[in-house]
Design a protein around this ligand. Structure first.
Ligand code: HEM
Ligand code: HEM
Ligand SMILES: [Fe+2]
Length: 488
């Protein structure tokens, strides 16, 4: 493409308020992504220097901040991406946008308050006061009840925005149908964040409904929707094709994911039949993820890899592949009860947790960030080279981290469980095993590379936004060249 073609920019189009809100959500998400990395790295240091900040700020709170910021920023990233695409999809401003804007600020304020509580108050007595105002102590959803109510508020307003806009626009596309239906379980399973059963098995039973059904069902559908929009946007893939794939993916996600929930019921005191149900259905869970890979590769072939936004296209394709590998293959490795007996709750699980979240959600949200960057900086073609730094370092850091954790996890599975017989002594011996500790050192090292990748990503996103070209009539080709157009 020649530089003169680059004149037909879309900067002159104005942004919908919903898109501006989407950008705010995405900016907040990127900021929390940074906070998450800080606490992830800190958590990794406790494994190397266990006495660190003893009784002042311990591993448990550091890890809580790491994984809670993770859940919140991914949620913000998904919601932000949808606020970005929805008005374009339905051809009008989003209904109830003012309420949505208010709730964004309430959401941010609540996150800040909860972070301060986690940093300084940390824990409380085992009573209702603690549950409501300090923390609920349930992994990934530790936030106190008042804050959890806030999240329900955000999601209800979000649901009203989506459904209200579809009604007002008097138009529902296939993608929006899928989105509207997905909102029901999305909000529904979150309500299990409020449960507080004193029976540990019951409590875990319902808690998994939330954790598993969010990340392996309802969020997978959201990312499928976002992938459909991104592919249409940056590749020009016909709607008929993305929608057909989306239906297939959704059917498979729900078909395997609902009963796949059973892979968390092996050892929590539930009936034995979960061993076979969980093993069988969760083993099918990689299928929809494979479908997404085929979809992305199919589109790439159909368009001979031509795209207006190379970083977004490469990140969304990477999302498809790493979602399949991190969630599908890494999850499959330990989803059969015969193997899970040995791998359960080891660093093997942590390896899968990192790889899956990164592949499925982080990569997809980064793709949207590049879509937004292209639009706000008004570049017809986004094909500069600097983005490779963030891409390369983030992927290297993550693949290094998960490989290191897999090593540690396998050492635990073999030395602690298989040969050691799961005794306390075997646990202690395995924690000092050189294979185990080597993996933890390597994880910290690759964590630094990952953090460097984050810095490179943020720099690339911000630096390019600064190069806002002049309005079309005043623009000279040299200004446009800052995007280094090349045939992509
Ligand atoms: C995007 C999709 C996925 C994400 C984000 C994800 C994330 C996670 C996380 C964070 C955990 C650890 C939970 C904890 O104990 O705190 C976990 C556990 C697990 N996941 Fe996934 N997962 C995904 C998909 C899958 C798939 C497709 C499978 C199977 C094919 C799978 C199989 C498992 C199993 C068996 C466990 C339990 C590990 C244990 O016993 O310790 N996951 N997953
Ligand atoms: C995109 C980046 C990241 C994602 C998506 C992520 C996700 C997660 C998840 C899901 C868990 C819970 C896993 C489980 O208990 O099974 C976790 C725990 C943890 N993460 Fe990360 N993390 C990321 C980056 C990092 C980085 C850069 C580091 C440090 C170098 C790190 C260090 C840790 C540590 C130490 C834990 C605690 C694991 C344990 O309980 O032993 N994470 N992270
Ligand atoms: Fe699961």
């Amino acid at each position: 493409m020649s530089t003169s073609d680059s004149h037909t920019l879309h900067r002159s189009e104005t942004l919908y308020r919903s898109q501006k809100l989407g950008m705010k959500y995405l900016i907040a998400a990127v900021a929390l992504f940074g906070v998450m990395i800080v606490f992830g790295f800190l958590s990794a240091l406790y494994y190397l220097f266990p006495g660190m900040f003893f009784n002042v700020f311990d591993f448990n709170m550091s890890k809580t901040l790491h994984i809670d910021t993770l859940v919140i920023w991914i949620l913000m990233g998904l919601i932000g991406s949808i606020y970005w695409y929805l008005p374009k999809e339905l051809g009008r401003e989003v209904v109830g946008i003012r309420a949505a804007e208010w709730f964004f600020w309430i959401f941010c304020a609540a996150v800040a308050v909860v972070a301060l509580i986690f940093l300084f108050v940390q824990t409380g007595k085992a009573n209702m006061w603690t549950l409501w105002f300090i923390q609920q102590g349930r992994k990934y959803v530790e936030a106190p009840r008042w804050a959890a109510l806030g999240i329900v508020g955000v999601m209800l307003v979000f649901s009203y925005n989506v459904i209200g806009t579809a009604i007002k626009a008097n138009k529902v596309t296939g993608i929006v149908w899928v989105l509207m239906i997905d909102l029901i379980p999305l909000v529904g399973v979150y309500l299990f964040a409020f449960d507080s059963d004193t029976n540990m098995s019951n409590d875990l039973y319902w808690w998994w409904w939330l954790v598993h059904m969010w990340v392996e069902s309802t969020w997978e559908i959201l990312i499928g929707i976002i992938m459909a929009w991104v592919l249409m946007d940056v590749m020009g893939t016909p709607r008929k094709i993305v929608e057909a794939w989306l239906y297939i993916e959704v059917m498979l996600v729900l078909g395997a994911g609902i009963l796949g929930l059973g892979h968390h019921y092996f050892w929590i005191g539930t009936p034995d039949y979960w061993l076979s149900i969980g093993g069988f259905f969760s083993a099918l869970e990689p299928l929809p993820l494979l479908g997404m890979v085929v979809h992305a590769v199919y589109d790439a072939g159909m368009h001979k890899m031509k795209t207006r936004n190379r970083p977004a296209y490469i990140w969304i394709t990477t999302e498809a592949f790493l979602n399949f590998i991190g969630a599908g293959i890494w999850g499959f490795m330990m989803t059969l009860p015969q193997i899970n007996l040995f791998s359960h709750g080891t660093q093997w699980t942590v390896s899968h947790g990192h790889f899956a979240f990164y592949g499925a959600y982080v990569c997809g949200i980064i793709a949207v960030l590049y879509v937004v960057k292209q639009k706000v900086s008004g570049m017809e073609l986004l094909a500069h080279r600097r983005w490779y730094w963030g891409y390369g370092l983030l992927n290297l850091g993550m693949i290094g981290m998960v490989s290191a954790l897999l090593l540690s996890g396998m050492a635990q599975a073999f030395f602690e469980r298989a040969t050691g017989g799961s005794t306390l002594m075997a646990f202690v011996i395995a924690s000092e095993d050189p294979w185990f500790t080597a993996g933890l050192w390597a994880r910290a090292g690759f964590g630094i590379i990952f953090a460097a990748g984050y810095v490179a990503l943020v720099y690339d996103l911000l630096a390019s936004v600064k190069q806002v070209p002049l309005p079309t009539d005043q623009r000279r080709p040299s200004v446009v060249r800052s995007a280094e157009p090349e045939v992509a």
